[in-house]
Design a binder for this molecule. Structure first.
Ligand code: ADP
Ligand code: MG
Length: 278
């Protein structure tokens, strides 16, 4: 069996932050014995007295694909900032599995724990090939030992091949990333995250600016990730959300306004009033 990259580099042996209290924490060994991979518990974030997140609580199950929708200013991006350690909550807790308190970790530590984030704008290395971008994604993941790993292992090469196939870019592996379409760049960036084998993937408006055909391919891509990774998708394109959605959370004024299966949520009068009716 192929050993995951994370297993090879037992960073719990290296960094003190991997040991919290009485729970030794090992990336890739997130405690999901109670089901959820992510818990937000009464999270509040204020900007000059304005509550961008107001006592927000939600949980995401392991392997789930969750869509987060809501009007502009609802707090969606702030929620991702809190999960990834970019913003500290004023109050409340954020847990990754049962035991890892994310509010005690910084951004690089949270990324190392297995949470990958894609911002809305693609940020691939345009002058590098598609393959080269994935190579760099793998190298960046273990920059702790830069001199020891100048070449890729067989496992790493296989990992790159696998993610290229997942995002359907295998035939474009030698193309310069700068020549890709907007949609292909988005997929390459998702592939770069997948190469690092995240447990939880956060995608902020992944289909913004895509053609209809690219949106359909992204739907297929996200559907293949279900079960392998937990995914949180923030998206405005309701057609797209309908095509991928299982459970949907509607945020409004920093709180959960409604949550449930898409069919139920989209017929909720409160949701129609604040969002869908726009
Ligand atoms: P969404 O992503 O749902 O559109 P955001 O999380 O970006 O919403 O923003 C939620 C609210 O918090 C908005 O009213 C926004 O203006 C405010 N906000 C977000 N970040 C900051 C910040 N750094 N400073 C001040 N206000 C902010
Ligand atoms: Mg936003």
């Amino acid at each position: 069996m192929r050993r995951s990259i994370r297993e090879v580099f037992r960073r719990d042996r290296v960094f003190d932050f991997m040991v919290q209290g009485s729970h030794p924490v090992i990336p890739g060994e997130i405690d999901i014995s109670h089901g959820p991979i992510l818990y937000l518990d009464s999270v509040t974030v204020s900007f000059d007295g304005f509550k961008a997140l107001d006592d927000l609580s939600l949980t995401v199950d392991d392997g789930e694909l969750r869509c987060i929708i809501g009007p502009n200013g609802a707090g969606k991006t702030t929620m991702m900032d809190v999960i990834t350690g970019k913003t500290r909550p004023d109050t409340g807790q954020v847990y990754f599995g049962q035991t890892i308190n994310l509010t005690r970790l910084d951004e690089p530590e949270i990324a190392t724990m297995g949470i990958g984030r894609k911002f809305q704008k693609p940020s691939v290395f345009e002058a590098q090939t598609v393959w080269g971008n994935l190579y760099l994604a793998l190298k960046a993941d273990k920059s702790v030992w830069p001199t020891l790993f100048t070449r890729l292992t067989t496992e790493e090469r296989e990992c790159i091949d696998k993610v290229l196939e997942t995002v359907s870019l295998q035939n474009l592996r030698n193309r310069n990333a700068g020549t890709l379409s907007h949609g292909q760049k988005q997929w390459l960036e998702i592939a770069m995250l997948l190469a690092q084998d995240p447990r939880l993937l956060l995608l902020d408006e992944p289909v913004a600016g895509m053609t209809q055909h690219e949106i359909e391919q992204t739907t297929e891509l996200l559907n293949t990730l279900v079960g392998e990774h937990s995914v949180i998708v923030v998206e405005h394109d309701m057609e797209f959300v309908r095509s991928i959605a299982r459970r949907v959370t509607v945020l409004h004024e920093g709180r959960v306004l409604a949550e449930g299966m898409m069919e139920k949520v989209q017929s909720d009068p409160r949701v129609i009033e604040v969002y869908l009716g726009e």
